[in-house]
Design a protein around this ligand. Sequence first.
Ligand code: MN
Length: 427
Amino acid sequence: MPHKTNDASKKSWLSVPENSDFPIQNIPFGVFLTRDDIITIGTRIGDYAIDLNALQQLGYFEGIPLTDDIFLQDSLNDFISDGKKTWRLVRNRISTLFDVENDTLRTNMDHRSTVLFSVNEIEMQLPVQIGDYTDFYSSKEHATNIGTMFRDPDNALLPNWLHIPVGYHGRSSTIVPSGTAIHRPNGQTLPKGAEAPVFGPSKRVDFELEMAFITTDANVLGEPVSVAEAEDYIFGMVLFNDWSARDIQKWEYVPLGPFLAKNFASSISPWIVTLDALEPFRVAGPKQDPEPLPYLQQKGDHSFDIQLEVAIAPENTEPTVVGKSNFKYMYWTMAQQLAHHTVNGCKINSGDMLGSGTISGPTPDSYGSMLEIAWQGTKPVTMKDGSQRSFIADNDTVIMKGFCEKNGVRIGFGEVSTKLLPPFQTE
Ligand code: MN
C-alpha cells in the first residue's frame, strides 16, 4: 500500500533546515517534557516539536478511533498497542495538517502557540517503557572479526551462526535516552597473565554501533509470529549504542554469555522513526548461504539503506568520526530476528526493544566497535586534539548518527550522544 506521507515532493509550512533529519516525510514519535513541565507524546518537523496531545484536545484527530488521553502519556506503549492501522491514520493526519497546501492550523496563531515548541525548549524522554530487551549478533562482518580476534581466523564463525540469528536477553532497566551520562562500570577482570581475577574499573569501555526496533503486541504465549507477518508488528527504529566493557565481558561470558559487561547502560536516540517512513529506503540484504530453515525464509527486500556513523568527542574537543557503516550490511533481517525470537512461542509485547547487534561493514573504516576499529588496541585512533584512543576514555562523548537519503528526501534519526563519566563514587 503506498503511503501518501512518503511523497517526495511534499513540503511543510513549517520551515525545515537543509539536511534536516526531520522533513514532513519523517513524522517520528517521541515523548518529551514541554516548557511547562508537562509530559506529552509528540512528533517533530524540522526544529519544531509538535505536541500531539494538544492537537488531539483541539480536535485535529477527529474521526480517528483514539482514546481521549492516548497522547497524554509518559510512554508510547498504549498508542503502539493500537496497531499499524492507527499509526498510519495518525501519521497521515499529521502529514495533511502540516502540508504547505493546508491552511487550517497554519492560520490559527492561537492553536499554533499551544501545539508548537522549539526542540531547544523541550527535554526528550525514553519513548517507550521497555518491558523486555533482546540483543542480537547479526552482522557477519562483526561476528567474523570477533571470532578472528578471540578464537581462530580459519573458523571465525561458530557452526550455528549461519543458521540462527544468535541473540541474548539483555536488561531494559538501564536503557537511557540520548544525553544521559553514564559511569564507567566496576567489575571483575582477569589481567593478562594473571591467575586470579581483580576488581576495579573497566579499562576497556567500548561502544557498539547498533540500531534497535520497537514492537507492538505480536502474539499470545505459545504462538509464533511468521517471518512473512513479522514486519507488521514492528513500530519503528532508533539508533542504539550498546555500551560494553570488553575486559569484564572476556572474563565473565563463559558459558552463559554477556552479563554485567553489557547491562550497565545502553543508549538510544529519542525519536522512533516508523517502518512506514523507512519504506522508500528498502533494499535487499546480503545473500544468505546456506539457505535458512523454512521458518526463516523470506522473499523480497527486507533490509534498509541507513547510513550510520560514530564519533568520539574528548572533553572540550570537536568530535572525530571513527567509523561509518550501514544498516544494510546486516546478515539477518529484523523480520527474521522477530520470527526466530517467537518460533518457540515466546511472547512479544508493546514496547519491547530488539537490538540488531553491532553493525560492522566490510572495511576497517566501517567497523562498529572500538574493539574492531583499533583491533584490540593494536591500531589506536588519533583524535582531533592529538590524543589516541583504543577504547573510550573518561569524559569522552560518543555520538552516533543515522539517516537515509534518496530522491532528494532525507529521513534521519537525529543522534544518540552519551558522555562516559569516571566510575561512580560513593560520598
Ligand atoms: Mn550488542
